[in-house]
Ligand binder design. Structure first.
Ligand code: NAD
Length: 247
């Protein structure tokens, strides 16, 4: 168990969760590191590993168009992690939603682990690896099809299949963004966790929060630490697993 750094002088996380009725959880890649999926910006994250091109470039729309085969090599190895299971953070959030305490999860992740843990109202700002579409005819393919194919995955019509994930240079889905912003604006408690808050526009959505308690849980410092009522520097799975869910 890590040593947590508690900043702020107010209530504990348990007290805040006890008194809140419309919690929104806003998370990023750090929520899934305890499930074995590497994030981008931690010391052991993908941005600190060596590839032929910088990961930001590989995960861009123009790179996908120009170097589709290389994109898929990186994507299969680093983002389509086989056998990843929800961790304590995903499970606790699903439990909070079931108890009527949490109204939405807004995630920058594309791994689908919140839904696998049982969360229902999930706004996936950057899409999901589970959905893949032919760029020619629009036919749907699941993640296993991509995982088990070789080179550039192709549709039966011959078209190239593209994952329904938002690459750099691509716009976010308007409806998803609107739903996420609305949920955050209506929340009485916002828990931001496992994100460096450096990917825009997603990171800007936390500014819509008008509620009472703004909690930040992250291993490293973030640009929003100074605005939060409670900052916990530690592992989100460990911290949330200690929470008791009361109706
Ligand atoms: P990021 O890599 O920029 O930052 C992750 C943050 O999480 C870091 O500040 C790190 O200190 C923190 N962190 C790591 N493990 C943690 C833990 N166990 N508990 C608490 N904090 C922890 O991630 P980001 O801000 O989400 O932005 C990266 C982008 O990459 C996002 O758009 C995301 O969609 C995408 N991405 C997604 C996945 C995934 O779906 N699992 C994985 C990698 C990257």
């Amino acid at each position: 168990m890590e040593q947590y750094e508690f900043l702020g002088d107010c209530m504990t996380l348990q007290e805040i969760i006890d008194e809140s009725r419309r919690i929104v959880f806003f998370g990023g890649a750090g929520v899934s590191t305890e499930s074995g999926i590497p994030d981008f910006r931690s010391q052991d994250g993908l941005y600190h590993q060596r590839f032929d091109y910088p990961p930001e470039e590989i995960l861009s729309h123009s790179f996908f168009e120009k170097h589709t085969e290389y994109f898929y090599r990186f994507y299969r190895e680093k983002l389509l992690v086989e056998g990843a299971e929800p961790n304590a953070a995903h499970r606790k959030l699903a439990e909070l939603e079931k108890a009527g305490k949490l109204s939405a999860v807004v995630t920058q992740n594309i791994d689908g682990l919140h839904q696998m843990a049982g969360s229902k109202n999930v706004f996936e700002l950057h899409g999901a690896v589970s959905r893949n579409y032919c760029t020619k005819c629009g036919a749907f393919y699941n993640a296993d099809y991509i995982r088990n194919s070789e080179g550039v995955p192709r549709c039966t019509c011959g078209g190239i299949i593209k994952p329904d994930v938002v690459l750099y240079e691509e716009p976010l889905n308007e409806e998803t963004c609107y739903g996420a912003m609305r949920a955050i604006a209506e929340a009485d408690c916002l828990i931001v966790a496992g994100t460096s808050l450096t990917v825009y526009p997603a990171a800007s959505y936390i500014r819509y929060f008008r509620g009472k308690h703004f909690v930040l849980i992250n291993r490293d410092k973030t640009p929003a630490d100074s605005y939060a009522d409670l900052v916990l520097h530690g592992k989100v799975g460990e911290i949330l697993s200690a929470i008791e869910v009361k109706q």
